[in-house]
Design a protein around this ligand. Structure first.
Ligand code: DQA
Length: 149
């Protein structure tokens, strides 16, 4: 079974230090462990990555086309700006979920727009680290449904 790619965009390397009132005090390493444990319980594995560079994220989505069973992506600020990520996700042709730790709809107006939402199966936001767990559960449902045909 191919792994689920869990992709993290800019500034998420600073989790635990960055605006803890919004993002909580878990580090990205903590998030990775939660993802690995939850995926294992569902019979999945996780390839967990972070980059501050848009091109890295686009390259990883291209790689996912062949090497991943599904994609969970917290694209951080690129969510609100990146046509490149939108196009890459459209081309990926595997199940994908956009996720955010915070409820972006409760925040500044510029966070209410997602350029990647139309290119993924669904969006999860506002549940802190549990957003990652919920995204992996959602992908598990999509993968199982696709297997049943
Ligand atoms: C975020 C929300 C984005 O608006 C922001 O730019 C981030 C983190 C979240 O997980 O809540 O970097 O994606």
């Amino acid at each position: 079974m191919k792994p689920v790619f869990v992709l993290n965009g800019p500034n998420l390397n600073l989790l635990g230090l960055r605006e803890p009132a919004i993002y909580g005090d878990a580090t990205l390493k903590d998030v990775e462990s939660r993802c690995r444990d939850h995926a294992r319980a569902l019979g999945l594995s996780v390839d967990f990555r972070q980059s501050n560079h848009e091109g890295d994220l686009i390259g990883w989505i291209h790689e996912a086309r062949d090497k991943a069973s599904a994609i969970a992506i917290n694209a951080g600020a690129y969510t609100h700006t990146s046509v490149g990520l939108h196009d890459a996700l459209k081309a990926a042709d595997i199940p994908s979920v956009e996720l955010h730790l915070s409820n972006v709809h409760k925040r500044e107006a510029f966070r209410h727009v997602s350029l990647i939402a139309p290119a993924v199966n669904g969006v999860i936001c506002g549940f802190g680290v549990d957003s990652y767990v919920l995204a992996i559960t959602a992908l598990h449902c999509l993968i199982s449904a696709a297997k049943k045909g």
